[in-house]
Design a binder for this molecule. Structure first.
Ligand SMILES: [Zn+2]
Ligand SMILES: [Zn+2]
Length: 403
């Protein structure tokens, strides 16, 4: 099972703590429930999706082509492996911003217009499938797969805490390590923030390769991407830029030009400076929905199913495991559509909860898990209560009471 699952409770506790602190400082506006839920859903969906992406190539390269073999009992080599990983991460991340087909995957992480700990959970589902090749130098140099996975986890987990506006400038630390201050710059849309601070653990790489920028005092950072996602649909959030590139490639003639679309920097092949960003023209995506509380409650229930799926789907026959993943992906999509007030979202959600309820009622074995009677009954009760709530809400809305 993906070890990140064990970090989920820590992430949620840290997010709750940040919300509490912001509440005390009267800065709760730095959070938005719908945005934070979407980020969490994207992180969980990435974990579900990664059950089905097995990048075994690293092990194959290590087993057959390694030039050396790093013993795993030396602290020095562990530190070196972490630095090696972080160096590769810098370049992978840089490609993620400077080559369109990699940006199509990485854009997910930048699609939030808020910057808080929940933003760290907004991870791309397709990332592993796109960037694995760039870590192969580590396999060639003989870093064992286990060591590779562990230092990769350390690098990723480190990056969680830097997604906050609660920690200000940290002096020398901001120029050596990736920190809240320099990573805020990385998430900014302001002109000076674009394509800066790619580091994962160390920001020294950025200073070495000319991509470092310090946070400017007195210039408020606006977070997000220049062409905003404007959606809480996690499937669209993961796919939209691939669709854009596909369409663009379709309009060009000749395979070279088509390939060029996928390989070009996101702004195209141009020497022109990027368009000036004016904060006055920016409006945050903020659709109103009367179903935010409902969505949060459904999200909490879905988390139980999601953890079960991440833990068990790999052991199921592929079609069944995939079916479970798709069911949960669509469930998160349904919640997202409700949060953004899509007109037919309530009908889809009604079908979803009743469908899941019927599934729990009809089958004693839920995707490989023998459900005790009490759990099945609780599931059916949850589905019926949710359906009842949705229908009541629908009635009130159509009568203009809760519109
Ligand atoms: Zn990035
Ligand atoms: Zn980030």
């Amino acid at each position: 099972m993906n070890p990140l699952v064990f970090a989920l409770p820590i992430f949620f506790i840290a997010i709750a703590f940040e919300v509490w602190l912001l509440h005390r400082k009267k800065k709760l506006a730095l959070y938005d429930l719908a945005d934070a839920l979407t980020s969490a859903h994207m992180g969980i969906f990435m974990l579900i999706f990664s059950v089905f992406i097995n990048v075994a190539v690293y092990t194959v390269v290590y087993d057959n082509f390694r030039l050396a073999e790093w013993p795993m009992d030396s602290i020095v080599l562990w530190v070196l492996a972490l630095l090696f990983y972080d160096f590769c991460y810098y370049w992978v991340h840089r490609l993620g911003h400077e080559v369109s087909f990699v940006w199509a995957s990485h854009i997910v992480h930048h699609s939030s217009e808020y910057y808080n700990l929940s933003t760290a959970m907004r991870q791309t589902a397709s990332g592993k499938a796109v960037v694995w090749i760039f870590y192969l130098p580590m396999a060639l140099m003989g870093v064992p797969p286990k060591m590779f996975v562990i230092v990769g986890l350390i690098d990723l987990l480190y990056q969680f805490w830097v997604h906050t506006e609660l920690v200000g400038r940290m002096g020398w630390f901001d120029r050596v390590f990736v920190s809240p201050s320099n990573h805020r710059v990385h998430h900014g849309q302001n002109d000076y923030c674009i394509d800066k601070n790619y580091g994962g653990l160390l920001v020294i790489w950025d200073r070495m390769f000319g991509t470092f920028a310090e946070e400017r005092v007195g210039e408020k950072i606006t977070y997000g991407v220049r062409k905003p996602l404007q959606s809480y649909n996690i499937l669209w959030g993961n796919l939209h830029y691939y669709v854009d590139l596909w369409k663009l490639a379709g309009q060009t003639k000749g395979w070279r030009a088509k390939l060029g679309v996928w390989m070009a920097p996101p702004g195209g092949w141009t020497d022109q400076p990027i368009e000036h960003f004016d904060e006055k023209n920016f409006t945050r995506f903020a659709p109103s929905s009367t179903l935010r509380g409902y969505a949060a409650a459904q999200s909490a229930v879905l988390l139980i199913f999601a953890v079960h799926c991440i833990a068990g789907a790999g052991n199921l026959p592929l079609a069944q495991g995939l079916g479970y993943g798709v069911l949960l992906g669509l469930s998160y999509m349904s919640i997202g559509l409700m949060l953004q007030g899509t007109s037919w979202a309530r009908s889809l959600e009604l079908v979803r909860v009743l469908g899941m309820g019927a599934g729990l009622a009809a089958s004693a074995n839920w995707f490989g898990f023998d459900m005790p009677m009490a759990a099945r009954a609780a599931g059916v009760l949850w589905a019926l209560t949710s359906a009842f709530f949705l229908m009541r809400q629908g009635k009130q809305t159509s009568m203009g009471v809760a519109a």
